[in-house]
Design a protein around this ligand. Sequence first.
Ligand code: ADP
Ligand code: MG
Length: 320
Amino acid sequence: MSDDIMIEVSNLTKRYPGHTAVADVSFAVGRGEIVGLLGPNGAGKSTILRILSCFMTATTGTVRVAGFDVFHESDEVRRRIGYMPENNPLHLDMRVKEYLKFRARLKGLSFVRSRDRVGVAMEQCGLTHVSRKIVGQLSKGYRQRVGLADALVHEPELIILDEPTVGLDPNQIRSVRQLIKDLGRHHTILLSTHMLPEVELTCSRIIILHEGRVLASDTRENLQHQINGSGQVVAEIAASREELVACWREMEAVDTFDVAPADGEYFRCTLRAANGEDLRSLVYSEARDRGWTLRELSRSQASLEDIFVQVIRREKEERV
Ligand code: ADP
Ligand code: MG
């Protein structure tokens, strides 16, 4: 395995009694990447992260972290991973600093090193001013920071976060996301989420997981390109609906379209190209030749939500 690869998952399958949660999943995460495992509830995200963090064994397949096998060399793997589980269980009756020291000692850090590392982790996660507070009395956002500090305390190379912003309010979400981004400058991060904006704002690469399978794995830009090339084109034109519909239907480069009334005599036409080509010049010449008044012509990129929906739709079509 190359030194540049932090995680290598090959043909991973996990079966629970009567249910396959993860089916033949393979992916790799390079050193220094922030990768988002994106999928709806039940997709198998937590199962994969638990296996990666040595909390659960796989049914078949191999997983290597920093070159070590998670089944046969789990001590080496644990030392290199900081894992924040879903719903992040904490000892609510302990003080922040006390809790983190306890966790650091549990992870095998010496007394002196645990003291130093707890200081650094609290600083990194903005916890220094609440170090003497009882964990159970902190807001959800601060508890999540305690979870992050816990994941960081033994200075792992890889941080694994399972739904890190679930249950937080918008302000807390923003600050936890910023924290994750900051951590990404010095760590490799794999996080799971069912929320599209999460991967959009924090991750350099996205792995889309659905019903235990990987449907896509790429940068957001490449996914957009795969899905609809240069995107869809929106044109606002003054003409009759019949003329517009007939025109787009005849135009070979157009795959699908909508024509919706705008104000006055204008219609808003949304056009998607069959082969990902940019339709703007075609639309412009058509309008000029037919003497239509064109007041808007723009190209829009697919949102991550469009990508997600289309990737899942494509998978379903391929299966039937
Ligand atoms: P996600 O984190 O993406 O929501 P999970 O990995 O938690 O998905 O679960 C994947 C699937 O496996 C779900 O259908 C879930 O119901 C099932 N599952 C999870 N844990 C268990 C378990 N311990 N026993 C049986 N089924 C489980
Ligand atoms: Mg989960």
